[in-house]
Design a protein around this ligand. Structure first.
Ligand code: ADP
Ligand code: MG
Length: 421
């Protein structure tokens, strides 16, 4: 029996928390050893004093204004954070629970106060707070860093785009300048021919001499000048097109002699012409001119020789392709000019249709071939696409809208045109 009491006393004394009992008058009757050790005092020092005597000033006020009334009202309080003062004056943060114990008649017997050491918990809370703060700071810094990084990337991209645009603009202006100079020169030469022919014409006419060769010279100069203006109009996509229904196969076949001669001995010409090819409604000269331009480019891309293939096919451009390439979905006649030449870099490919863009040396390229083809195709409601691989070759495909009308002969159309005029 006495052994049991010793056990309980031992538990009371050495529990991991402080125990204090106070009588109905609030005076301490008992304090355990743990509590005494925490405060650096003898257990006997507590007897007859009040719990709040061992709190710091703020705790005392807090106790009187908050927890004493709470005790009177509900008979307990829990987990109240307070600071005890040790014998040496240092503070001990604690969490305090208190509960009243009454007899059957309701008379207050004693108040049991349980005290938990909160220095660990407070430190933990403080560390948590600090950790949270530094995490927030780090986060803010990271965001700031991210923002400046994004800004810098945007700036770099913009600067690069600007300088690229400026470079292209400069290249174009240079090419325009070269071309304008060349054209002015050509025009001058033609005018000189015409003017001197007219001059001689006038004098010989007065003498009653034969003038036919001067008329021929003036005629030649004037028609070459007219051809030049025609080319200029085509570059600016303002050429007057005279569309007629025609079969591209027939046209390619008619051109192949001229093409073979133009391509020279080292380039082999092959034609792959689809059977049952639909008709297109287009300007014959302009289409010939386009094929010719593409063939010349192909030849230039094969200085060591190679193979040039002209292929025709019926083709259907579907919704998806149409949406991606800004062309009306539907049926088209495709004419592809393919070479086994140098190919183009993606950079060259991106600029190839630009008027005056050329990679050929001065006096060799005008940069007006593909832009002229592009202008013609677009003006005809068609589509053009470059496929190219470095070292493998290039294929340029022209799509012209299918002509659904009745197969009228050229003569028929001409008659119609005459009737209309
Ligand atoms: N078949 C091709 N193979 C390789 N590059 C080509 C081909 N066709 C065109 N190019 C490139 O596109 C540029 C523009 O062509 P184009 O407008 O015809 O002008 P030009 O022939 O006067 O240079 C050429 O300078 C060349 O770099
Ligand atoms: Mg060209």
């Amino acid at each position: 029996m006495s052994q049991g009491i010793d056990d309980l006393e031992d538990l009371f004394d050495n529990a991991p928390c402080g125990y204090v009992s106070a009588g109905p008058d609030g005076r301490i009757t008992k304090a355990n050893r743990t509590f005494a050790t925490w405060l650096g005092r003898e257990r006997s020092e507590f007897v007859g004093r009040r719990f709040q005597d061992f709190l710091n000033i703020a705790g005392k006020i807090y106790y009187e204004t908050h927890f004493a009334p709470l005790m009177r009202m509900q008979g307990f309080f829990n987990e109240v954070a307070l600071d005890l003062v040790r014998a040496d004056g240092s503070r001990l943060p604690v969490l305090v629970n208190a509960v009243e114990r009454r007899d059957e008649k309701g008379a207050l017997r004693f108040v049991r106060i349980t005290i938990f050491n909160a220095s660990d918990r407070r430190r933990y809370e403080r560390e948590l707070l600090e950790a949270r703060r530094s995490a927030e700071n780090a986060n803010a810094e990271l965001q700031e860093l991210n923002r400046t990084l994004e800004e810098r990337i945007a700036e770099a991209v913009e600067a690069r785009m600007k300088s690229e645009a400026a470079l292209r603009q400069a290249q174009k202006l240079e090419a325009v300048g070269q071309l304008t100079g060349g054209i002015a020169h050509d025009f001058n030469n033609m005018l000189a021919v015409i003017l001197s022919a007219l001059n001689l014409l006038e004098r010989r006419l007065a003498k009653g001499e034969d003038i036919s060769q001067y008329i021929a010279a003036a005629n030649d100069g004037a028609s070459r000048a007219a051809a030049l203006t025609q080319r200029l109009l085509a570059f600016s996509r303002q050429q007057t097109l005279a569309p007629e229904p025609l079969y591209a196969n027939q046209m390619v076949a008619e051109m192949s002699d001229l093409l073979r001669r133009t391509l020279g001995g080292t380039v082999r010409l092959e034609t792959v012409l689809a059977g049952g090819l639909w008709q297109v409604l287009t300007d014959k000269n302009a289409l010939e001119n386009a094929i010719f331009n593409l063939a010349i480019n192909a030849r230039d891309a094969m200085p060591q020789g190679g193979r040039l293939t002209i292929e025709t096919a019926n083709s259907h451009l579907d919704e998806a392709y149409g949406a991606e390439h800004d062309v009306k979905p539907g049926q088209y006649v495709m004419v592809a000019v393919t070479d086994t030449g140098t190919g183009m870099t993606s950079d060259v490919m991106a600029k190839a249709f630009d008027p005056f863009f050329t990679t050929k040396g001065p006096g060799k390229g005008t940069g007006l071939g593909l832009s002229q083809v592009f202008g013609f195709v677009k003006q005809s409601g068609g589509h053009i696409k470059i496929y190219s691989e470095i070292g493998q070759g290039t294929s340029i495909k022209i799509y012209l809208p299918r002509y659904y009308g009745a197969a009228e002969t050229r003569k028929h159309l001409e008659a119609k045109a005459r009737r209309r005029a």
